[in-house]
Write a protein that binds this ligand. Structure first.
Ligand code: SIN
Length: 299
């Protein structure tokens, strides 16, 4: 079974590589489990339908795709995103002046807490979670400030058949309240960069193992940032199994790590990945622009 899955993944990857080569892009995987750098594309130019589909295929195959040296304007960032899905205007993040579709992910030299500094999946607290985000580096520290990504499909596949069977019927409750609400320490620590605590009222229930809406691949869908408990279980009862799953997926064989340069872009799929912004650059500014895409209901 595992061999068949591996063969299918290799075939899908080969198909995408061919499509990308035919459409003048090249593709360079960044780890065995997740991530690929896309070479030979200029995102300041409108994508053709074929190019858009090739990039969508690469996103499905690799979970996160990276681009370098894209000095694009906010309008070009928005136009690129709109090729894939409508934009989700963020409730909590400060936005770029004149561009409410672009959220700022900022840390100033004197600030200690960064945004996204723990494993999480954006928007899992929404009834219809976001497809993914397109993060563009505007200012980066001379070193540090990398982002790690984890493949939730590979993390799921590596579980035992017994645990997979146990998870199959489970659903989990996700919430925005304990992160973005007024009582949350995090929302106080990042005050000025994240706001609207009164809007942090989202609770959603999703299967613990989803079928990815585009690839059909089974994917573990719980995350330390926003998952609160299993449906029908107390938080105390849920804690041990959730902690096991978090520790399992935090193993490095499921990861890739992206070192940013000014003009780098990461485009990730929230249904297939976790991400973690590393906070190791105190005393330096890091400024990113993030556009988030609307998703579809999960099953
Ligand atoms: C985020 O969690 O969306 C931010 C990721 C990053 O800044 O690298």
């Amino acid at each position: 079974m595992q061999k068949n899955i591996t063969r299918i993944i290799i075939l899908v990857n080969q198909r995408t590589e061919e499509t990308l080569r035919n459409s003048r892009f090249d593709i360079r995987p960044t780890s065995a489990a997740i991530g690929a750098e896309i070479l030979g594309v200029d995102l300041s130019q409108p994508l053709t339908p074929d190019e858009t589909e090739a990039l969508r295929g690469a996103l499905n195959d690799y979970g996160v795709i990276f681009f370098r040296d894209q000095e694009i304007t906010p309008e070009q960032h928005i136009a690129f995103a709109e090729r894939f899905a409508p934009i989700n205007v963020n409730r909590f993040f400060k936005t770029v002046s004149g561009h409410p579709q672009i959220a700022e992910v900022r840390k100033e030299p004197e600030q200690k807490t960064n945004i996204g500094g723990g494993w999480h999946t954006d928007h899992s607290y929404d009834q219809v979670p976001a497809l993914g985000s397109i993060l563009l580096a505007r200012e980066v520290p001379p070193m540090g400030g990398d982002t790690m990504f984890a493949s939730m499909h590979h993390a799921y596949e590596a579980l035992s058949d017994g645990l997979k069977r146990t998870l199959e019927g489970l659903r989990a409750v996700h919430s925005s309240r304990h992160v973005f609400g007024a009582a949350a320490q995090y929302s106080r620590d990042v005050a000025g960069r994240i706001g609207n605590p009164d809007l942090a009222t989202q609770d959603a229930v999703h299967p613990v193992v989803i079928r990815h809406p585009e690839t059909g691949r089974r994917t573990l869908y719980v995350n330390r940032g926003f998952t609160v408990r299993f449906e029908g279980w107390t938080e105390a009862e849920s804690k041990r199994l959730l902690e096991y799953l978090y520790a399992h997926a935090a193993q490095p064989q499921f990861h890739t790590r992206f070192q940013w340069r000014k003009g780098s872009i990461a485009f990730w799929d929230n249904r297939a990945t976790w991400h973690f912004a590393i906070n190791d650059y105190h005393g330096e500014r890091r400024l990113m622009h993030r556009v988030t895409l609307e998703g579809v209901p999960l099953a």
